[in-house]
Design a protein around this ligand. Structure first.
Ligand code: PEP
Length: 249
């Protein structure tokens, strides 16, 4: 069975709750689609407003981060229960901005992935290489290591439901998109790595997105590649163009 495409927006640190209601209402008719699954990943404080505004539509709501403990003395963190109770069903884990500015590691990514599954949240697990690593020719080795650590102790049934977002760091927020061939090469290698870790069924079921300056002009070419099952979209997810990305065909 053909995999469904999943287009997820990452709002980053943008939009107040009031602005969230307005933006979801603006985008709602534009992202309507029977063929493509749509997720808006929003700041934690915006989740209730986003869930309310998205009611009755095809939009699902996700968080942008989550802590791996259940509760307690972790000032400023957001727990899985808080996210679930707010009505979100997805959570981005290990975005490169979290790794760069908030010291997240492959090990914390793994703890968060396990916790997300424990609470019935679908993790969107980010991986990606720096420009230096690409120039050194170690992209595939690097990504394989990130994937292998992220999936430690994740069961095959859980892995089938996971989403991996391949996001080359040099392409995020820079306007520089990986070519569709570069993106496909890595997404194909990720699927091969999942096949090695689990089996062909899991590799065929898992969703692998590309992220990095996806826009209305390049989405169709990227999403036409056999191992690219949609995109994780930053800047363009806050604009009406997001509707064109969802309806890329
Ligand atoms: C992102 O935030 O995950 C992202 C890919 O950003 P952008 O689309 O702006 O490059």
């Amino acid at each position: 069975m053909a995999r469904r495409k999943l287009v997820a927006g990452n709002w980053k640190m943008n939009m107040t709750p009031t602005q969230t209601t307005e933006l979801v209402n603006t985008l709602k008719p534009l992202v309507a689609s029977d063929d493509v699954d749509v997720v808006f990943c929003v700041p934690a404080i915006d989740i209730p407003a986003a869930v309310e505004a998205a009611k009755g539509s095809n939009i699902k709501i996700g968080a942008e981060n989550m802590y791996f403990e259940e509760k307690g003395a972790f000032t400023g963190e957001i727990s899985p229960d808080m996210i679930v109770d707010s009505g979100a069903t997805y959570v981005i884990i290990g975005h490169s901005e979290r790794r760069e500015y908030f010291a997240e590691t492959d090990e914390t990514v793994n703890k968060k992935v396990l916790k997300a599954f424990e609470h019935g949240l679908t993790p969107i697990i980010c991986c990606g290489e720096s420009l230096k690593q690409r120039e050194q020719g170690i992209t595939i080795d690097w990504i394989r290591q990130q994937i292998k650590i992220a999936f430690i102790d994740v069961t095959a049934d859980q892995a089938k439901k996971a989403v991996i977002a391949y996001e080359p760091i040099w392409a995020i927020g820079t306007g520089k998109t990986a070519t569709s061939d570069q993106a496909e090469e890595v997404c194909c290698a990720i699927r091969a790595c999942i096949r090695e870790l689990y089996d062909a069924d899991v590799a065929e079921a898992i969703t692998i997105q590309y992220g990095g300056s996806v826009n209305a002009g390049n989405a169709a070419e990227l999403f036409a590649k056999p191992d690219i099952d949609g995109g994780l979209v930053g800047g363009a997810s806050l604009k009406p163009d997001f509707g064109k990305i969802v309806n890329y065909k």
